[in-house]
Design a protein around this ligand. Structure first.
Ligand SMILES: [Zn+2]
Length: 470
């Protein structure tokens, strides 16, 4: 791949058959041996062997043609042919593919190819217009092409230098007609390919999705999209189904260069189907919405932790308090998580309280709108800048898990307060705002029906195939 790309950008070699003013002392004895038709005995560089052999044949033929000439002319003629062959061998086209090693610099690499500091530095400066050669990394590939002098053991002419950035991008210095260097960026154009996959969940979601050709990076994104509405640990069971439509950015020869967006993500749980569609609104904001155009991201987080696998150590509702040793109502959900785990704001809002608060320990309360607030207890420490009056975004880190206040171990106590009443955070469904309206909603509905009509059958088909196999 690297070589293929490099070849694409490399200028076509002009197979120069030498014009360096190199005086060759040709002894008449050697010329005589040539006229006796002995073969030219010199090392031939395999890359150019064919061309060399052709040249050698031409020389032999020409020598025969000189038979009718006067002896002086004959010698002159043969001498010039010999110069041609000799020089052709001495200075030849040369491609050097270099892998950057530890301690290498762009300049030092060029130095080892025979360029002096000034020459190397000039190339460095020109390169800098598109790429800073100081940034070359160990393992990176560099292709230097030009002419190599076998006698001086160095490159006498550089035609191009190509630095491979990754499998779709390279930077090149190319010598133009006037002998000056031009710096260029070569980036292969990518084609966006839309993929779909569906399947039953057995074992882990990642494994189930991987087995249907969904790469890990996309699986993580899928989980992130649903983290506002689904608790994968609690809500997703064996036999539930996933559906996904996602983009791959592929090269012309069909290799995946990078992953694109998830256009649609669906989860068929036991008693509900959650479908989320990617949409860019008129203001240019991208978000995922339910089929009805409700913004999923704006629904309060059910588990506002960086550690999505955190288990519920104590559910919402009546329970026997582990420290007070009596039955009381637990007004939130406890998520066990390692000390220091990031705690996210459950939704956009304004910090109302951020202080030590009795049994809650270090405590934060955020007001999201006139209807909803969330509260966070037993915090180890607050994130930088978190204090009353500060506006926070959903998903922003506000604090770190700890065990302050009445607590037996590191966990997050999370409360969702609706109209002043604490409710179960694991069952919240209501969105807190920013649903699609007007023109955006119209456009969105078209997108939804488009996706549905093109993929629903396919998903059903893939599903039935899977079932019939079993
Ligand atoms: Zn609690």
């Amino acid at each position: 791949m690297v070589l293929k790309l490099i070849n694409d950008i490399k200028p076509k070699h002009k197979h120069r058959v030498i014009t360096l003013g190199y005086a060759v002392a040709v002894t008449s004895a050697f010329i005589l041996s040539l006229t006796n038709n002995s073969s030219v005995n010199a090392s031939v560089y395999s890359k150019e062997k064919t061309e060399y052999l052709m040249l050698e044949n031409a020389v032999s033929e020409s020598i025969e043609d000189t038979a009718s000439l006067y002896p002086e002319d004959r010698i002159l003629n043969i001498r010039s042919l010999f110069d041609t062959v000799y020089n052709y061998q001495r200075i030849h086209d040369y491609d050097k593919l270099i892998t950057v090693k530890k301690g290498d610099t762009f300049i030092s690499i060029l130095n080892t190819l025979g360029l002096n500091y000034e020459e190397a530095h000039n190339l460095y400066t020109t390169f800098k217009k598109v790429y800073n050669p100081a940034n070359i990394r160990v393992g990176q590939k560099i292709l230097v092409s030009g002419q190599y002098d076998e006698e001086l053991k160095k490159m006498t002419d550089i035609e191009s230098i190509v630095i491979q950035e990754n499998h779709i991008k390279s930077y090149a210095l190319l010598k133009n007609k006037n002998g000056a260097f031009e710096a260029k960026v070569n980036q292969e154009e990518l084609i966006t390919e839309v993929n779909s996959a569906t399947g039953s969940i057995s074992g882990s979601l990642s494994k189930s999705m991987n087995s249907q050709g969904v790469p890990n990076k996309i699986v993580h994104e899928f989980i992130k999209i649903f983290s506002y509405s689904v608790d994968f640990r609690r809500d997703v069971r064996k036999g539930d189904k996933f559906e996904i439509i996602f983009e791959n950015n592929i090269t012309k020869d069909g290799k995946v260069a990078s992953y694109g967006n998830i256009l649609y993500a669906g989860l068929q749980l036991r008693n509900e189907k959650v479908s989320l569609y990617r949409f860019k609104d008129a203001k240019g904001n991208v978000d995922y919405y339910t089929e009805k155009g409700q913004a999923m991201k704006k629904t309060l987080h059910r588990k506002p932790l960086a550690f999505q696998n955190a288990r519920i150590s104590s559910p919402f509702g009546k329970r026997r308090h582990p420290i007070k040793k009596r039955w009381i109502i637990h007004w939130g959900v406890d998520y066990a998580a390692p000390k220091g785990t990031k705690i996210f704001a459950g939704g956009d809002g304004v910090v109302q309280v951020a202080k030590y608060n009795g049994g809650y320990g270090n405590y934060i309360k955020i007001r999201h709108n006139s209807e909803y607030s969330t509260a966070y207890g037993h915090i180890w420490k607050f994130a930088k800048g978190i204090k009353p009056g500060v506006r926070v975004k959903q998903g922003q880190v506000i604090a770190y898990v700890g065990s302050t206040g009445l607590s037996t171990g590191p966990h997050l106590h999370y409360e969702v307060i609706r109209n002043g009443k604490r409710i179960n955070p694991t069952t919240i469904k209501a969105a807190t705002g920013n649903n699609l309206t007007g023109k955006d909603l119209k456009k969105f509905k078209l997108l939804v029906s488009d996706i549905k009509s093109s993929y629903n059958k396919m998903f059903a088909l893939k599903d039935s195939k899977k079932i019939s196999k079993k």
